[in-house]
Design a protein around this ligand. Structure first.
Ligand SMILES: Cc1cc2nc3c(=O)[nH]c(=O)nc-3n(C[C@H](O)[C@H](O)[C@H](O)COP(=O)(O)O)c2cc1C
Length: 212
């Protein structure tokens, strides 16, 4: 059976997006994968505040969500179920002000709900509901914020996404950085070529048939 992959696009730049260009390259080379795109700048994300937030506190204390937030919570439940129904998530995202674009943070805030995306055992340990999933992060940035670089401490983009996915229980997480995307043409071209090569290598690894 084909794997199902959700491509979560966090750049509003359409075909100009460098993170999306590298994602397209990876997807073109992945075998036996059904891809569903989710463009977060076009998506209808419900507001997450007021009574809806109180619903979250109710759930955390083991209470039902209040009547006035029930319809919103039903929608959130549907979003989490949709997200968790995929084998693989591909995030293509720019760095914005050292972190992720607000639409991606909004999506993450909607998804990360107690009892839906994670729960706690009797000892209070968090159990994420994403165990067994594969996550791929394609992270573009004007600056080179790879962990080993001089600016590595400014990375609240890929590092944040990795931390969040780990919280949800995912252990199979791959990161491709597309950076620096600002500077001399030759430097930017090299960054793109490196990212494309990493995408090709990852597609080969993920397309390899598993042993039976
Ligand atoms: C609002 C905004 C904030 C940005 N902040 C950063 C930043 O903090 N660090 C950085 O390296 N690049 C930053 N950039 C540059 C983008 O990360 C960079 O152009 C990236 O290649 C864009 O990826 P995309 O083409 O996939 O959208 C910012 C760009 C925008 C539009």
């Amino acid at each position: 059976m084909a794997e199902r992959l959700l491509h979560i696009k966090a750049s509003p730049r359409g075909s100009l997006s460098r993170s999306a260009m590298v994602a397209s390259r990876l997807l073109a080379r992945l075998q036996e994968t059904d891809v569903e795109p989710l463009d977060l700048f076009d998506a209808d994300l419900p507001p997450f505040g007021g009574a809806v937030i109180e619903g979250r506190y109710a759930l955390l204390s083991g209470q039902p969500v209040a009547e006035d937030a029930a319809a919103d919570w039903q929608r959130i439940e549907g979003m989490v179920a949709h997200f968790l129904s995929f084998d693989t998530w591909l995030f293509s995202t720019p760095m914005w002000n050292f972190g992720i674009p607000y639409r991606l943070k909004h999506y993450i805030d909607l998804l990360t709900q107690p009892g839906l995306a994670f729960s706690a055992d009797a000892g209070g340990n968090v159990i994420g509901h994403a165990v067994g999933r594969t996550a791929i992060i394609i992270a573009a940035g004007a600056l080179d914020t790879r962990p080993e670089s001089a600016l590595g401490s400014l990375d609240h983009q890929a590092a944040y996404l990795e931390a969040w996915l780990s919280f949800l229980g995912a252990t199979n997480i791959h990161v491709i950085r597309v950076m620096p995307t600002f500077g001399e043409a030759a430097v930017v071209d090299r960054a793109m070529e490196t990212a494309y090569a990493e995408a090709d290598a990852l597609a080969r690894r993920l397309s390899r048939p598993s042993r039976v």
